[in-house]
Design a protein around this ligand. Sequence first.
Ligand code: AR6
Length: 234
Amino acid sequence: MASNIVTLAQIPTLTQLYRGRLLSPSQQPGSNSPSKALNDILSHIQYDITRLQVDGIVNAANQWLQGGGGVDGAIHHAAGSQLLAECRTLDGCNTGDAKITNGYNLPAAKVIHAVGPIYEERYHLTLERLLRSCYRRSLQLAVENNLRSVAFSAISTGVYGYPNLEAAQAVLDEVGKFLRKDDNASKFDRIIFCSFMPADVEAYQRFLPFYFPPMPEDIGNANTSPETKADNGW
Ligand code: AR6
């Protein structure tokens, strides 16, 4: 396997990012109280999602599920032609919904293909519901298929034009709601927000601390965890 494949152990959690001073508390008071359980399973990295060795990666697909550009193209390219063959058996996918396939040549075992909305400002509320639905449906599929580690691409924020800051806020709120419900957090070892563009990195760095604030002890001492800084050069 190629050496630039990243395993779960190499991807820092929010707890580790806070301890290593790689993520700063939000200046805006948030409505959520800090949760160690959530900060221990959530991660944010900037990386090529096709190089992640996790149980499942979430593709930003289109309704035809026939491949395309952006992350969809990268995933199909890395997975090989068997992925397209399996996608062709799925009869497409509605916007806001998701379907699952094998990962073939990818380091990830499964691919969840979610179809995000094409952004138009005048339909913002409807489109936000559809974007939230992509993440909820993907998490439901992950639970149904026993995927304990899942990485999300930033659905709709590329070709489909969804504004990065708005997308990150809707996504983090929706994923937080899902994980706080029905003991869902215990069904995952890790949920990774995988950014690619600098605009998404900034959006997630800004809003992760608002939706998932640090535990007080994780920001209390500047020397808490020097090994986190050394290990993770994100
Ligand atoms: N790893 C992680 N993220 C990536 C990668 C990668 N290798 N490559 C791009 N991204 P987009 P959409 C990020 O355009 O907006 C396709 O043609 C990218 O920076 O891939 O949902 C489909 O077939 C951006 O933040 O998806 C559809 O027709 C994010 O992935 C259409 O584009 C999503 O950008 C879907 O558009």
